[in-house]
Design a protein around this ligand. Structure first.
Ligand code: HAX
Length: 428
């Protein structure tokens, strides 16, 4: 961990210098206005926090330290974690050190399996994933060091340590949940020679013959890693960690937000949506039939899963990256074909729906990701958000390591009552 720690230290020092300069010269500078619409509209669009791990441009999508999705999509999850934390890709020595560190920490404690195996069979995989992580909270080194009275300047070091301990265990934890719920319950142990994506592929035990499945898992773990600071899950993790709750508490809380259908669960809902189209019109549903299904869904008062976004205003480049993968590896899959038909028919319908009220009629990452997993035999689609969660934890951890390094204070916006709002708007 020495090399990663040194680079994180350097980044934190640089970010600290920048922030101190900005703060000292401009602390009272007004950067925007807060409207009643912000207060009542989920604070969307309100610039209210700083996040240096990644940035989402409404038209060009996700950037990590200036690298676009097209520029980082061929990397591994380990390289992406290093990039999120340090702002740089690792060199060979840094990468192999990180991989070794993760391999050493990969074993999930036995008590986690005992607890997970005791849950009812109908427990949602996201519940088990979040519970598994929460159960390991007692392992937090940060928590012990905090109680021992370490100085604030060292908080980030133990948040980093906890993060590596946690990230290392996620492939085993996720694959184990898959095995317990959907297969024979016999767990496949991690292999110290394999990286995160390779290990997850192996431990899932779904499709080890087709090499492109391993590449899909790698791509999946890379594309979902981070999406700046204000989305439900990352923000939740940041808020929880800002109370100095450790990274296990923060990650479990963030994942509970990811489990919502307007956020990460949308990938599960999308696949269910496709299966409903197939149930009604057959595996080869025509473009006209898909069009009709979308209209019926809207007319019954439901949203079209996988379409729209709180920040993006164009097709999500992560969707485009998965599209390229699908064209190369599973263009004949009926699930992938239906995704393509939805992509043709949905945006024009959404553009005109509700008098043009929908800010973004284009697909997000969730519109396609599940169809690819389904093609390779991962047909239990309620597992898809767990796959998302493994990746998004890389972002939660990086964001909170940096937040602790910058000694960011507890997050505590002020709320007001209707009465207070009336008072503020009186006479306007
Ligand atoms: N289908 C139907 N209606 C939609 C819609 C969609 N896909 N997207 C937005 N709308 C509706 C909203 O529900 C809202 O209607 P009301 O005013 O009647 O409530 C109106 O259009 C305006 O919404 P918006 O400003 O365009 O979008 P929001 O910022 O409010 O919401 C959402 C963004 C992602 C939640 C929304 O687009 C949505 O519900 N999409 C479908 C679910 C989905 O794909 N979620 C995953 C998003 C990506 C993500 O976080 N992944 O993890």
């Amino acid at each position: 961990m020495k090399q990663l720690e040194a680079k994180v230290n350097r980044r934190i020092t640089n970010l600290c210098k920048e922030i101190t300069q900005i703060y000292e010269s401009h602390q009272d500078h007004v950067i925007g206005k807060i409207t009643v619409k912000h207060l009542l509209g989920g604070m969307r669009g309100l610039k209210a926090m700083v996040c240096n791990t990644s940035f989402v441009d409404p038209h060009q999508g996700l950037f990590i330290s200036g690298y676009s999705v097209a520029e980082f999509e061929a990397k591994t999850p380990e390289e992406i974690f290093f990039l999120l934390c340090t702002g740089e890709f690792p060199n060979d020595s840094e990468l192999s050190e990180l991989k070794e560190e993760l391999a050493e920490r990969a074993e999930v404690p036995a008590y986690v399996w005992t607890m997970l195996k005791s849950l009812p069979q109908e427990t949602h995989p996201m519940t088990m994933f979040s519970m598994g992580i929460l159960a390991m909270e007692g392992e937090s080194v940060f928590k012990k060091k905090y109680l021992a009275g370490i100085p604030k300047s060292d908080y980030w070091k133990y948040t980093l340590k906890d993060s590596l301990n946690l990230i290392a265990k996620l492939p085993s934890l996720a694959a184990g949940i898959y095995k317990i719920l959907f297969m024979n319950g016999r767990l496949i142990p991690p292999d110290a020679e394999l990286d995160m994506a390779g290990n997850l592929t192996k431990m899932l035990g779904i499709n080890n013959k087709d090499k492109s499945f391993a590449d899909l898992i790698r791509l999946y773990l890379v594309l979902h890693c981070d999406h700046e600071g204000g989305n439900v899950s990352a923000f939740t993790a940041r808020v929880v960690n800002s109370a100095l709750s450790n990274i296990f508490y923060a990650t479990s809380a963030g994942l509970n937000g990811l489990a919502g259908p307007l956020h990460g669960l949308a990938n599960q809902v999308c696949l269910h949506f496709i299966t409903r189209i197939h149930d009604q019109f057959g595996l080869d549903a025509s473009k006209e039939e898909v069009h009709l299904f979308v209209l019926d869904t809207l007319n019954s008062g439901n949203v079209i899963p996988g379409y729209g976004h709180a920040v993006l205003r164009e097709t999500d480049p992560r969707f485009t990256a998965f599209m390229r993968f699908g064209e190369n590896h599973c263009s004949d899959s009926p699930y992938f074909k239906t995704v393509k038909k939805l992509f043709e028919v949905t945006p024009p319908i959404l553009k005109n729906y509700k008098g043009g009220k929908i800010a973004n009629p284009w697909p997000n990452v969730d519109a396609i990701s599940g169809s690819l997993l389904y093609h390779y035999g991962m047909t239990h689609y309620d597992f898809y958000t767990v796959m998302f969660g493994i990746s998004r934890t890389l972002g939660f951890c990086a964001q909170n390591i940096i937040a602790r390094g910058l000694n960011q204070p507890i997050i505590r916006p002020k709320s007001i009552t209707n009465q207070g709002l009336k008072g503020l708007t009186k006479g306007l």
